[in-house]
Design a protein. Structure first.
Length: 134
């Protein structure tokens, strides 16, 4: 089922204005896959559904990132990415690497951490990452 969603999650209490910037498809009943429209390539900072998570794909359908959102107010808490991360790859901006960032309630993110198959974060989202061969 495809639909459209507004920018940055459109959480009025956080002052964001709504605009149609995403095409939305459901991975299953739990995850939503967002595809940027009109050159938009980011995921929202807030989710209308607290506790939700969104997956962002490259235009070829491969995995780019996943964001998980807080169960209380819907701010992002975790981002799993599969794209170049120079801090992990010693400045290499070509090689994609599976990694994650944690966010605080003010949307400040920690430095990237390499994500391994033994990590509890990987295990939590394994069924989605494996679909993309990660």
């Amino acid at each position: 089922m495809k639909s459209e969603m507004s920018s940055r999650g459109a959480r009025t209490k956080h002052g964001y204005v709504t605009t149609d910037e995403y095409a939305l498809d459901h991975f299953n009943s739990e995850a939503k896959v967002l595809i940027g429209l009109n050159g938009n390539h980011s995921l929202p900072d807030y989710a209308h559904t607290p506790g939700a998570f969104y997956i962002k794909e490259y235009y070829d359908g491969s995995f780019r990132e996943l964001r998980a959102y807080d169960s209380q107010d819907g701010h992002m808490t975790l981002e799993i990415g599969y794209h170049p991360e120079p801090r992990i790859t010693n400045g290499n901006r070509q090689t994609k690497v599976l990694h994650f960032h944690l966010y605080d309630e003010h949307l400040k993110r920690d430095d990237a951490v390499l994500l391994t198959h033994d990590d509890p974060i990987y295990k939590r989202f394994k069924k989605y990452l494996e679909v993309y061969g990660l």
